[in-house]
Design a binder for this molecule. Structure first.
Ligand code: UD1
Ligand code: CA
Length: 459
């Protein structure tokens, strides 16, 4: 039986990243580079996917889980040695093996499909995916003979001056006949500038044996970009961001300035939603249609329904229902459920709370561990005091109630529907339906006292 296999090379340390984080675990638009590569490989329908891990093996395995099998390369002896680690799992199989690197996050599955189709059509033993680089520095170069046939791949550090002028580069992606791949790898050596076993030398070995080797040249060099340092990481992020933003714009999302709009790869957005500059939409966020996400808003792992306005606010792991609004400068912390047509104004913080339809919380208020009903008016500077220093307690407020400004609701407490809390009250007991609760010292006016105060300026 002929099998389709992939080997993902991800054992390198990534020294040039100067990072505690292992290279392929750096993120590009909300996913690790390793995840991007694996996701595209999965789309090409493989029988076996094997990832070669080394540095940070445990972290990579935790990240990718059981979507791939793993083999360990203990010592980084080169890409050729890395592929050979997969021999115990794949060595006995007939079929084709795709090899990709974990540090090339921009590849798309269509490109892998084209390479595999070309490889099959040529009936080749090996086909390297090449592209033409405006600046080929650092990449392996494709050396062709007078007839234009691929002879070998030479690394930057081993290239003659003449070879360094070649602009056709090795993208680090290959299709091999599986059996011939492993046979060739047993014949390469590390007699080169870096003292490594180069996977690229397998091409030359097969060529010398008279096998068909070739190159499939992809049109878009950008897509093949390898990330070895932070500068390249930023470049790859910009390219992927452009791709993501253009997809949303094609689907009917407006962006005032797409170059200053930051959207993670898994985010969904409905049509006729407008995004202003400086907006970050992260993680698993879903945004509905007809929303307005104003400048410098950040929404993480949240669900925003249709017609919602978010202005210069931070929304985390929360849900906002139709036509609600928030901001400027407010914060939904995890587990806030904001009902339809709710208004949350300036400097409002909500955490683990449900707020019912039409309720207004306009200014300078903290709502924590609470259930608010419908059409409640919460005045300015209200505090839901939910914490006694040890435990969190719940507050419930019923429909159509009024919470006056600067009230403190000391949880646990229940305020019934249709009740009224006077401004400045500190409420420690439950409030019944149709009650007005007032809990503040009575005012006394001391006649003529102004003149006795130092403030009056008189001695
Ligand atoms: C490699 C290619 C080069 C190509 C470039 C494309 C070789 C010898 N060179 O160079 O021709 O132009 O990719 O981006 O293959 N790795 C291991 N174990 C090792 C060494 C590397 O798993 O012992 C992994 C790395 O983690 C990385 C990948 O292989 O994901 C490529 O290694 P890297 O050191 O980045 O190779 P380049 O110098 O970029
Ligand atoms: Ca690389």
């Amino acid at each position: 039986m002929s099998t389709r296999n992939t080997i993902i090379l991800a054992a390198g340390k990534g020294t040039r990243m100067k990072s505690k984080v292992y290279k392929v675990l750096h993120q590009v638009c909300g996913r690790t580079m390793a995840d991007h590569v694996l996701t595209q490989v999965e789309k090409t329908a493989m029988d076996n996917i094997v990832t070669v891990v080394g540095y940070g093996a445990e972290a990579v395995e935790r990240e990718l889980g059981d979507r791939t099998q793993y083999v360990v390369q203990d010592e980084q002896l080169g890409t050729g040695d890395a592929v050979l680690r997969a021999e115990p799992l794949l060595g006995d199989l007939d079929g084709t093996t795709l090899i990709v690197s974990g540090d090339t996050p921009l590849f798309q599955s269509e490109t892998f499909d084209k390479l595999l189709a070309y490889h099959r059509a040529q009936n080749a033993a090996a086909t390297v995916l090449s592209s033409v680089a405006p600046d080929p520095t650092g990449y392996g170069r494709i050396v062709r003979n007078d007839l234009g046939m691929v002879e070998k791949i030479v690394e930057q550090k081993d290239a003659t001056e003449q070879e360094q002028a070649i602009q056709e580069i090795n993208t680090g992606v290959y299709a091999f006949d599986n059996r011939q791949l492993f046979e060739a790898l047993h014949q390469i050596n590390n007699d080169n500038a870096q003292g490594e076993y180069y996977l690229t030398d397998a091409i030359e070995v097969l060529k010398r044996q008279g096998q068909t080797v070739g190159a499939y040249t992809m049109a878009n060099f950008e897509e093949s970009m390898g990330v070895n340092d932070r500068i390249a990481l930023a470049k790859a992020t910009r390219i992927m961001q452009k791709r993501i933003n253009e997809t949303h714009m094609k689907n009917g999302v407006s962006m005032v300035d797409p170059e200053r709009t930051y959207i993670d790869v898994d985010v969904q957005i409905g049509n006729d939603t407008i995004l202003e500059p400086g907006v970050y939409l992260k993680g698993t966020t879903v945004i509905g249609s007809d929303c307005f996400i104003g400048s410098n808003a950040e929404v993480r792992d949240s669900v925003i329904h249709d017609g919602v306005t978010v202005t210069s606010s931070l929304v985390e792991k929360s849900e906002m229902f139709d036509e609600s609004n928030i901001g400027p400068y407010s914060h939904l912390r995890p587990d806030a459920k904001i009902g339809p047509k709710v208004h949350l104004g300036n400097f409002v913080e909500v955490k683990s709370a449900t707020i019912g339809e039409g309720t207004k919380v306009g200014h300078l208020t903290y709502v924590g561990n609470a259930k608010l009903g419908k059409n409640i008016n919460v005045g300015c500077g209200v505090i839901f005091a939910n914490y006694d220093g040890k435990h969190k307690h719940e507050t419930t407020v019923g429909d159509d109630s009024f919470i006056g400004s600067n009230a403190n609701l000391i949880a646990p407490i229940t305020v019934a529907d249709h009740s009224f809390i006077a401004a400045g009250s500190t409420i420690t007991d439950d409030v019944n339906q149709f009650d007005m609760a007032i809990a503040r010292a009575r005012q006394t006016n001391k006649s003529g006292y102004y003149k006795k105060l130092p403030y009056s300026g008189e001695e």
